[in-house]
Design a protein around this ligand. Structure first.
Ligand SMILES: [Zn+2]
Length: 194
């Protein structure tokens, strides 16, 4: 009888584990630049800091325990593209979003860009991810483009690179550098990954 109870207990545990693993999702947020690599700098604001702030907010806003969000960096340190690709591929994520901030000589240039590559091993899924991101942003100033950037080619899982706006444009900068703007961006991204 005792053994039977043990067996039932074990069977129950196995079933529970099977169910919990089915729904578990792992998402990587690639936090671009870092350390000596500031990325774009305008008026004392830098891309590396903005990317980290927004990534942290995505993590904080996530209340779904079946959704694990892993950041490629959670401090101000430099990681090469090769190190990033290796780290991400080891995690075998469901998908990856790389966060960046744009700059242009023309201060009127504004809006978001989402990049995907045809050289990605899961390019169909990467394309769907780009579309979902496209529709999640409230403004319609968003473009999907193709580019064979290093991570887009070398990460073996669905991946999109997101340029969140132009730090050189006054309106975009307001969104990128304020608590409210960063939270809204984080929420739009979380809506796609949850
Ligand atoms: Zn960048």
């Amino acid at each position: 009888m005792k053994n039977l109870m043990k067996f039932i207990g074990l069977a129950f545990l196995t079933i529970t584990l099977a169910f919990t693993t089915v729904d578990k999702k792992t998402i990587v947020i690639d936090v671009s630049h870092g350390g000596h690599d500031n990325g774009t700098i305008v008026n004392g604001y830098n891309e590396k800091g903005i990317a980290l702030n927004i990534a942290n907010k995505i993590k904080e806003l996530n209340k779904n325990s079946n959704l694990e969000i892993i950041l490629t960096r959670d401090s101000d340190k430099f990681l090469s593209l090769n190190e990033r690709a290796e780290q991400i591929n080891k995690l075998k994520p469901d998908f990856v979003i790389s966060l960046h901030v744009n700059a242009a000589d023309d201060k009127k240039e504004s809006g978001k860009e989402i990049f995907v590559s045809d050289k990605n091993k899961q390019k169909e899924k990467s394309g769907s991810l780009a579309l979902e991101l496209f529709y999640s942003f409230k403004d319609r100033n968003v473009e999907i483009k193709k580019a064979d950037f290093y991570l887009l080619k070398n990460v073996e899982y669905p991946i999109a690179l997101l340029e969140l706006g132009y730090l050189t444009n006054e309106n975009d900068r307001e969104v990128l550098t304020t608590e409210k703007g960063q939270s809204e961006l984080a929420e739009s991204i979380l809506n796609v990954i949850k």
